[in-house]
Design a protein around this ligand. Sequence first.
Ligand code: SAM
Length: 329
Amino acid sequence: MLLDSYNRKITDLRISLTDRCNFRCFYCLPNGEPPLARKETILTFEEIERIAQIFVSLGIEKIRLTGGEPLIRRDVPELVAKLSALKPALTDIALTTNGFDLPRHAKALKAAGLDRITISLDSLDPKNFEDITGVDALGKVLDAIAAAREFGFEPVKINAVVVRGRNDHEIVDLARFARENNISMRFIEFMPLDSGAEWDRTLVVSGREIKETIDAELPLELIDTTRGSETSWKYRFADGSAGEIGIIAPVTEMFCGQCSRIRLTADGQIRTCLFSTVEHDLRSVIRSGAADEEVADFIKAVTLKKEPRHYINDTAFTPASRTMSFIGG
Ligand code: SAM
């Protein structure tokens, strides 16, 4: 079992496959090409497979592949197939994607053993979608949702980051879309992880406000009063319609006490928190020829350094050492 020093059980590993992205969402990676990790520092699929196997031997149950945009990396289904060999100890393999390339890969990902897909979609208005992401691709993302459904990734999950003045007027439309398409729609508060450093508290639409906005038009019922290590409060529509609403409020309702996550960046650094100001160089350990037990000891020691909580709401908040697209959301 992988335990941190606050007795939190770490069962959820997020692996970033690349720090590159084909979108330029203003709240994540605005403006141009950022300084990317050098190619030779990016973990190979063989390295990722070995690291994942060691993590699973230590108690990791769920792996989520992310980025950057993970589907920019070639042959992701091959990696998924390798990870699938770690089942049943590994119970769940998921992918977070902007959906742009998903229709091409959905069938192969399913065949390789991918269990779940989360697609990011912040607007249903083509013009606003382009304003937010920098890409005229709403149609592509809607195709991705259809492809996810066609190849059996049910329920389809969608992430929408809500930012004041940019898409908060679309909250009810997105909720209605979830209802009409039997989607699990998760609304996320804007976090200070954008590379443009534009985050400001006034831009955060609280989870509570998001819930109340939906509830006023489409009454909601809380599904479960406890959420375990889940990040979201989940609601159903009170009239029994299909679909589900999730509210993820890391800024206004911190859930660090239940955190079960640890992250691996594309260049092989372990991050014990999204907001970590330090990273732990697993790539060097792996490339030094360390035996599996030594790698496991390194991971266990790093896990003990997991931060008790984030400090977004403290006056002395120090931003994370890397921003979201480099960490893997
Ligand atoms: N490219 C993929 C995608 O678009 O889903 C995976 C990586 S992306 C960094 C993962 C998730 O993080 C997306 O749902 C994205 O909207 C979210 N995200 C990025 N920056 C964020 C921020 N500053 N605050 C909250 N969520 C953010």
